[in-house]
Design a protein around this ligand. Structure first.
Ligand SMILES: Cc1ncc(COP(=O)(O)O)c(C=O)c1O
Length: 439
């Protein structure tokens, strides 16, 4: 290129990139890939060989997908631009206009909004199950046009723990998959596919990335799609391919669901992650177990301390014996109960506001799964669109705060909370003598 013009060299000249086995995942921050041989283009468009365009495939993204599939015990993973994209693509890979989804009531507000406000406009209706451990309620909500059950493994707000095996069994009796949002638990604490779930979705923005630097999402599939049992419910997975070629199920077997998500839904709707974000999520995954182990230990210590504090009305943490799902948590979460939970200040919304304003080590923001501890007042933020009654049913009261516990030294977190809660006026504790009721 020596004799070429400045602008030509500006875009074409590069030094040698000789390293053959870089230790870190290389970041292929590129829109696409040149075809080395003329016929490579046709091979890509025909048989899907090689890389051509990052919306369709990228080696950095593939590397992270491989890690996620392995950690969740799935067959394949699909990395997407956000957790919302993961839930949307997972649902749209299964359901079309006229179909129906049954979801747990205890889900992230963005998921509820997607089902209630968006998918409904596209002809996909939803029903919600309030009591997620009521197997009969799941069963009763299923209709002939239901195409998936959806729930969170550890739920937002009240830390409900899903009986994955029981709800998966209901789904399978009807030939449909159970999709589990495993964001709060992470595959370090719980792998839903091992318990019978079919599809796992994640907000990778949270614990997987871990440092609050990126937005990302992922779908992991069990690879257990059964064309014989469920083909009639999912005709798009078993219909002949273009020009009478093999169907997705014939081509990819048990991976037909995620193949459809990868080949048809994700590239057409277009929520492709940046390869740079994929790299950062991959870096985060390398320390996932260490962070979540520490965060869970810190969270348990903080929850126990709050539970004994006179200014606290209740603590919704599945790691506490008082939580209604504690027994299931002990069974499903032997390595820790996670880092996110709510507690309710014994006072008004103003008292809760005072606590948030007095906290110093905790960061006030709407996020979770960060190495730093975070705090949010759900009633005035994430759950503000609900009625007071709906909020109460989800365990969100005027004095409720949600925390996501980080990796800090736990004494600093407890000191911070002690200082902040000192400002809450607590009714004078009743002495033992005063409490004695005359006979
Ligand atoms: C449980 C859960 N699922 C999904 C999402 C959506 O993820 P994202 O913000 O990456 O789109 C969130 C976000 O807070 C969440 O908490």
């Amino acid at each position: 290129m020596g004799g070429k013009g400045f602008t030509t060299r500006q875009v074409h000249e590069r030094g040698r990139t000789g390293a053959s086995s870089p230790r870190a995942t290389p970041i292929y921050l590129t829109a696409g890939f040149s075809f080395d041989e003329y016929d490579d283009a046709a091979a890509h468009f025909g048989a899907g060989e090689g890389y051509a365009y990052t919306r369709i495939g990228n080696p950095t993204i593939d590397a992270v997908e491989g890690a996620l599939a392995s950690l969740e015990g799935g067959s394949q993973a699909l990395l997407l631009a956000s957790g919302q994209a993961a839930t949307s693509v997972a649902l749209l890979s299964l359901a079309a206009a006229g179909d129906h989804i049954v979801s747990s009531r205890h889900v992230y507000e963005g998921t509820r909004g997607l089902l209630v406000d968006n998918l409904s406009r596209w002809g996909i209706s939803s029903d919600f199950v309030d009591e997620i451990d009521d197997v009969a309620a799941w069963e009763a909500a299923i209709r002939p046009n239901t195409r998936a059950l959806f729930a969170e493994s550890i739920s937002n707000a009240t830390n409900r723990i899903l009986d994955i095996a029981a709800v998966a069994a209901v789904a399978h009796r009807h030939g449909i998959p159970l999709i589990v949002d495993n964001t709060f638990a992470t595959p370090y604490l719980l792998r839903p596919i091992e318990h019978g779930a079919d599809v796992v979705v994640h907000s990778a923005s949270k614990f997987l990335a871990g440092q609050g630097a990126v937005i990302g999402g992922a779908i992991v599939d069990s690879g257990r799609f059964d064309a014989v049992a469920s083909g009639a419910l999912f005709p798009h997975l078993v219909a002949p391919g273009r020009g009478g070629g093999p169907s997705l199920a014939e081509r990819t077997g048990g991976d037909a669901r995620i193949a459809y998500a990868r080949e048809s839904i994700a590239p057409r709707l277009g929520p492709t992650p940046s390869p740079l974000n994929a790299f950062l999520i991959g870096q985060g995954i390398e320390t996932l177990s260490l962070r979540v182990e520490r965060q869970s230990a810190n969270a348990l210590a903080v929850a126990r301390w709050l539970d004994a504090h006179p200014a606290i009305a209740s603590v919704d943490y599945a790691g506490l014996p008082t939580h209604r799902d504690h027994a299931r948590a002990v069974e499903l979460l032997p390595d820790g109960y996670g880092s996110v939970f709510t507690f309710t200040v014994a006072g008004t919304a103003d008292d809760a506001r005072g606590v948030v304003e007095a906290l110093d080590v905790f960061t006030h923001m709407t996020h979770l799964g960060d190495v730093r501890s975070l705090v949010l007042h759900p009633a005035s933020t994430s759950h503000v669109l609900l009625s007071a009654q709906e909020r109460a049913a989800l365990g969100v009261h005027p004095g409720t705060l949600r925390v996501s516990i980080g990796i800090e030294d736990v004494d600093d977190l407890i000191d911070d909370l002690a200082r902040a809660l000192a400002g809450v006026a607590v009714a004078e504790p009743v002495t033992a003598t005063e409490a004695q009721v005359p006979a």
